[in-house]
Write a protein that binds this ligand. Structure first.
Ligand SMILES: [Zn+2]
Length: 217
């Protein structure tokens, strides 16, 4: 029986990070967000780290071969033995095929691909209600998941902020388009292997989690 290696996809605002965290709690897998992996690497201060830092500071994508090497190394570490949930990776067909090879070399495979679906209008609606803690990154929704005290993070007491681009509807349309272009080929690739499970993202965090969790029972 293969340990779960899960890929989770969803447009910005779909709550995929939250769903990934809930899977971590229930399944004992490790949450591997590509951004976090890269930031951890940069913090090591090695010569490779400087290269990655240069790309990130310019706001450019870190080239695939660098990312793939880091993922390969990360997947050899002992803490991922019980499985992982990848968040934000792979983001292109070529990268998905490389991941499959990396895992194959290690006797592992992608076991589940979770696709959270949410329309652009729903995303805009959600983002305008979203508040983020700039300190601990906790995310709130003023309608569906409000903090106990308005404007203040429950966890650490920091004043919540609205992300600057949240009101920019055009930016959201653009991001949605990029998201579709990047992830559709990846999803098709794994769909042919029967691994993709689609979920309606327009529901509460717990309801969505319950639906997702069913595929692991
Ligand atoms: Zn906080």
């Amino acid at each position: 029986m293969h340990k779960p290696i899960i890929l989770i996809y969803g447009p910005v605002g779909s709550g995929k990070g939250t769903q990934a965290e809930l899977l971590v709690q229930k399944l004992g897998v490790v949450h591997l967000s590509l951004g976090d992996i890269l930031r951890a690497k940069v913090a090591q201060n090695t010569p490779d780290a400087q290269v990655i830092k240069d790309y990130m500071s310019k706001g450019e994508l870190v080239p695939f071969h660098i990312v793939d090497d880091i993922v390969r190394q990360r997947m050899e570490e002992p803490d991922v033995a019980n499985g992982v949930v990848f968040d934000g990776y792979p983001r292109a067909l070529e990268q998905a095929m490389t991941l499959v090879k990396i895992l194959q070399d290690q006797g592992k495979k992608v076991t589940h691909v979770i696709a959270i679906k949410l329309g652009t209008d729903e995303i805009i609606e959600r983002l305008s209600n979203r508040r983020i803690c700039p300190n601990c990154r906790e995310i709130y929704n003023v309608v569906s998941e409000p903090p106990k005290v308005e404007g203040i993070c429950d966890k650490c007491g920091t004043a919540l902020i609205k992300r600057a681009d949240d009101q920019e509807v055009n930016a959201i349309h653009e991001r949605m388009q990029v998201y579709q272009e990047e992830t559709l080929p990846v999803r098709d690739y794994f769909a042919k292997q029967g691994l993709v499970h689609e979920f309606d993202g327009n529901q509460g965090i717990n309801e969505l989690h319950e639906q997702i969790y069913k595929i692991f029972e």
